[in-house]
Design a protein around this ligand. Structure first.
Ligand code: N01
Length: 487
């Protein structure tokens, strides 16, 4: 305490996706002029830059999946396609003048807290020093590639869904898709009409929530443009529906809303899938929303096309001409798409992060990644995460989550700027208490109701925020300084 005011702390933002762009805009608006944004890719956009697969869209309504300070009257659909979302982020970064502050092709490989400042090193050998680091590094970022025997011997084209190879034409091809997560389900709808044969390799069936995706008319867009209050009201109406109908439901497995979601999914399956054998193949044996709920008005129609097949036999190995399943059958393929998800426990890693007294993030997260209120880690001062572990990743629009988190972080940083302290990090006691409380609360969530999903950590404990979104909003409104170590 009693430090010199740091009128100009230097910020380093890592990542130029949705939350990195947000950070740059908000830092600029708060008068923090000294910051750099490092991005390993060649442009902004994060997940929307990396995912380009056919059928890509966002399963959060577009008017909710937008920055609160930059609503977009021009969204084409209730759930707009991926390229439109990517264009929105590029446009926001340009209009707010932060794209010029971003350095691309700069992968941060090491961040170490030494002599009261963060020393950064990039893959190209360059370095930088900052007082505050904001890790806007994303969650669903590192592809998870199964170690199928023989994958490297496949003679067709094989790629992960987040590394789509657009040089490979799918027209008239036999295409296999491994996985039945949100990604695979969107891809099925995106390619079934183009390919000759589509085989969906399903390890676990999914509940599918039906959803219309109407286009906004030109008249509606004009109305939104001319009357921003209409647009703001639409957003808050959607937010309320989302909060009450979904966010509050997933954290209370006994809630009537969750039962309503389950019933809607069962009815969707019963009403949409005609062939009883296929219907049973597609029927999960766990509750809806235990895994990330699939939102799709297209999947059941697409998978019932004559050229589509659901393969439920496990994958034995990959051979040069296709996938051999455990029943001995060879499924001959020209293209194999691995829609097998992401390594969600990585967060900032593989970046080497070293906190106070040489403590590494690997040490800190040996058991599982965790962070006080999803933001701060003891002994990693002035390092803050956006959409870090234990946040509401499965509950709400991640844009709202990041906006609330950033406003909270800026309140902490204000302590550094004013000279109240020079180092801020969550205390060990508060972090342990938060961890114990969230693990206890997680027992009541739908994610603990008996299925395997990416929400669970290596010990089978849901990592996501286990309380209501209102509680998250409340927590983010003002830091409880007693929970921080201020030096
Ligand atoms: O990944 P996933 P995803 N053999 O982890 C299967 C977001 N998202 O990319 O269920 C056979 O959900 C695995 O099987 P199982 C959204 O939050 C958002 O689809 O573990 N199969 C599963 O079916 C989503 O939840 C949008 O038995 C294997 C699939 O691969 C998150 O991204 C759009 C296997 C992986 O599913 C991740 O979705 C798309 C193996 N060895 C995605 N390994 C939006 O709309 C894995 N699988 C915003």
């Amino acid at each position: 305490m009693g430090n010199e005011p740091r009128s100009e702390p230097r910020f380093i933002v890592i990542g130029a996706g949705m939350s990195g762009i947000l950070s740059a805009i908000k830092l600029k608006q708060a008068g923090f002029g000294d910051f750099a944004v490092y991005e390993k890719g060649d442009r902004v956009g994060g997940t929307w830059r990396e995912n380009t697969y056919p059928g890509l869209s966002c399963d959060v309504p577009s008017h909710l999946y937008s920055y609160s300070f930059d609503l977009n009257p021009d969204w084409s659909h209730r759930f707009s396609p991926g390229p439109e979302i990517e264009a929105y982020f590029e446009d926001v970064a340009r209009r707010y003048g932060v794209d010029s502050r971003m350095q691309f092709g700069k992968e941060v490989t090491r961040a170490a807290f030494e002599d009261g400042r963060w020393q950064l090193r990039m893959a190209d050998g360059s370095t930088d020093v900052g007082d505050v680091v904001i890790a806007a590094t994303g969650v669903l970022h590192h592809p998870s590639i199964p170690d199928f025997e023989g994958l490297d011997r496949f003679e067709g084209a094989a790629f992960h869904s987040a590394r789509w190879d657009h040089d490979v034409s799918l027209a008239g091809k036999r295409v296999g898709i491994v996985g039945t997560g949100s990604t695979a389900i969107q891809i099925v709808g995106g390619i079934v009409d183009e390919v000759a044969e589509l085989s969906l390799f399903q390890r676990t069936p999914q509940w599918v929530m039906p959803q219309d995706n109407p286009a906004y008319s030109e008249a509606e867009k004009t109305e939104f443009r001319e009357h921003p209050e209409t647009l703001a009201k639409l957003r808050s109406d959607i937010a309320l529906l989302f909060t009450e109908g979904f966010s509050n439901a997933v954290v209370d497995a006994d809630s009537p809303q969750l039962q309503a979601i389950h019933d809607a999914c069962v009815a969707n399956l019963e009403d949409s899938v005609k062939d009883p054998e296929l219907r049973e193949k597609l029927r999960p044996d766990y509750r809806a929303a235990c895994k990330r709920l699939i939102i799709s008005g297209e999947f059941y129609g697409a998978i019932q096309r004559p050229n589509a097949t659901v393969v439920t036999e496990g994958i034995e190995r990959i051979e040069k001409s296709g996938v051999r399943t455990r029943d001995g059958k060879l499924h001959e393929l020209d293209v194999l798409v691995l829609a097998t998800g992401f390594r969600v426990d990585r967060f900032m890693r593989p970046m080497e992060v070293i906190g106070r007294n040489g403590r590494t993030l690997e040490d800190e997260w040996r058991e599982a990644p965790s962070a006080y209120l999803a933001i701060s880690i003891p002994d990693f001062p002035n390092l803050f995460m956006l959409n870090g572990p234990n946040g509401p990743v499965g509950n709400f629009s991640l844009i709202d989550v990041a906006e609330l988190q950033l406003a909270y972080i800026l309140q902490l940083v204000e302590l550094v700027r004013s000279g109240s302290c020079s180092e801020v990090s969550a205390s060990r006691t508060a972090t342990d208490r938060f961890d114990a409380d969230r693990k206890q609360a997680a027992k009541k969530t739908i994610w603990s109701s008996g299925c395997k999903s990416w929400y669970l950590d290596a010990n089978g404990v849901p990592m996501a925020w286990p309380w209501t979104f209102d509680r998250f909003r409340q927590e983010m409104s003002k830091p409880r300084l007693a929970d921080f170590e201020l030096l």
